[in-house]
Ligand binder design. Sequence first.
Ligand SMILES: [Zn+2]
Length: 719
Amino acid sequence: MASTSSPTSLAIGVDLGGTHCLAALMDYSGTVYARHHAKISAAERGSRDTIARALSGAIFEVWKHARDEHPACLPLRGVGIAVPGNVDPIKGLARYLPNFGWLEPVDLAALVLDCEVSHDDKPAKRPRGAPKCLRDLLGVDRIHIRNDGRCAALAERHFGVGASGEHEVLAMLTLGTGIGGALIHNPSPERVGSLFDGCSFDAGDFGHHVLRSGDEAFACVCGNRGCFECHASAAGLVRHWRALGGEEHLVSLDDAKTVVEKMRSGEPTAVAAWRAYRADLAAGLANLVTFYNPSAIVLGGGLARTPELYDGLAAAIDASTLPATRGRCAVLQSALSGDCAAIGAAWLVFSETDGGAEKTPAATATPAPPPPTDAPAGGGGVVVSVGLVCLDATVWVAAPPVADTKSVAERSLTCGGGNAANASVAAARLQAPVRLVTKVGADVHGEVLRAELRRDGVDLRWCSTARAGATDCATPTSLITVCGAARTIVHDPGLLRSDPLLPAEFDPTAAATTEEGAVPAWLEGAALLSLDGRHPAAALHAARCAMAAGVPILLDVERPRPGLEDLMQLADYVVSASDFPEKLRRARAGNAGGDGGEWTDPAAAAEYLLIVCPRARWVCLTLGAEGALAVERGSRGKVTRVPAWPLPASAAGKVRDTTGAGDAFIGATAAGLRRGLPLPDILRLASCVAATNCCADGARGGMPTLAELPQELRALLEA
Ligand SMILES: [Zn+2]
């Protein structure tokens, strides 16, 4: 049982059952170093002291093992308890434990921690002044507590069939007397495999969703009729057998095994009961698939070990779900044995104390984004932009070029481009301090681009240079031919192809385990991180650093690119090209075109992005001549719209070149976010800067300075 490896950190998980409790001493990898069972007599089950003594006794036994065998691991990480009922993890309360007759909240954490434990140790060995209660012995004043079904699911996700991590959304159901359950998801990169707790830690009681009504509904312990667990738990199989004429005295409710054996031997009532049971199980699981779209449902408990259960079950579920989810959810048998609730309780301790600093359950239970009020305040701080710089060489011609001929252009312009670089210039011209983390080729274009950015005051200390002389390491270049209204672009990604910016090039600490709280130099003083999705490895590293440092992330999404969806998981603000949601939807549907065609309402497309960008506070869609709109999370569909900004009088109402309009919009948005402006003001500012930029040639030609802004917008930034 005990492992020979030496752990560095240990936690205790306890499963509190009706007849015994089991404590396990476990490390982060799920290796169990000691177990201890303590019996709970049925007669004493209702006594709080009995329960507290059983729990603290079991905890004390495995603690002694840690003290004797792994003294370097003291003090332990903490103690978690899996409780067969309803709990309040924040207060450490057992709110409702009908198995023990506890119908009122009981302070289980205090009850256990205040329990004296020295009674069980060998008195002779106990040094003088040794602590007498568990609280002192363990050096903790809190117990991590969850419902036992939730703990079992955590164990299954991290150490059972879900251990590979391939199932990002996984539901677990234990088919016993009732049905325990939990939904596990990845609310953030830091909290992979976490419980979906709901608003009061009560999410996951799948057993009590009502499945049947009328005469065919069985009565439930909860007071309702037709609950899923009455029909589809192990006891539910027996109920079906009885309802179809099986004699009550032959099979008790906890003996589903006998009905399974009768079914296998072909007894008609048992065969019919099995069929009815399977139909109810499939119907309830189909509801689960419709509600949560999990990629796997794991079944635990004794009945889950019946191979016949899985015959055609996935197809039966699919028959009752929407086409989109069909074939996407696997039904799997639990891989763990009886101690999984204890293991899950120990894992809970690690997950809720990660990094040594104690997170409160409230913090871990609320994956919602931070409130919008904490926008970069006060107007200070640097805008750090990570992404593309490129050279745009444009020629205006009277007729399209013809192969193997030479023609003369009307005029030409060679200037800097690239989304992140353009946005950086837009923000810098509005007096925002801007740092651009990017990469140029070791060629003359690289030098030109650097010089141009420096003239606009962009900080290039973290601009890297590609390998000299290597092929495919040129500065990215766009050759643009403009003929009347037609623009023809040939883009050479250059160094992006084989020598993209890597985290180590701007962040020497990237490979090392960073000190806690240490902000890398390139991010120091940042108010906002702005990303265009290019240089994906660098962008993802930057985003993770920003998240760790509490710096919000603005993401520009134009078209689906490798790595972009990773960034979408982390972005706080998203500015999207109008056709990006549709491109994304098609890319996700495998370019099959999907069903139903494009969104007619851009607000609906923006809502879709809010769903796929789980941390985003708002999503803004730029609509060209139609202006822009944004939807905010938690605003119940409120849409903020701004019309396109009228062109300045000097432009005589003429759009000259729309190149870089979207980037100008992003840069102005960054400048507005940095000043903590309200969303409608940000949108007006960004629309104005984007429109003004269209009045001159080149990606950055018309980007206004602060002094060139209309007075009302200038006042916003100068306030
Ligand atoms: Zn019920």
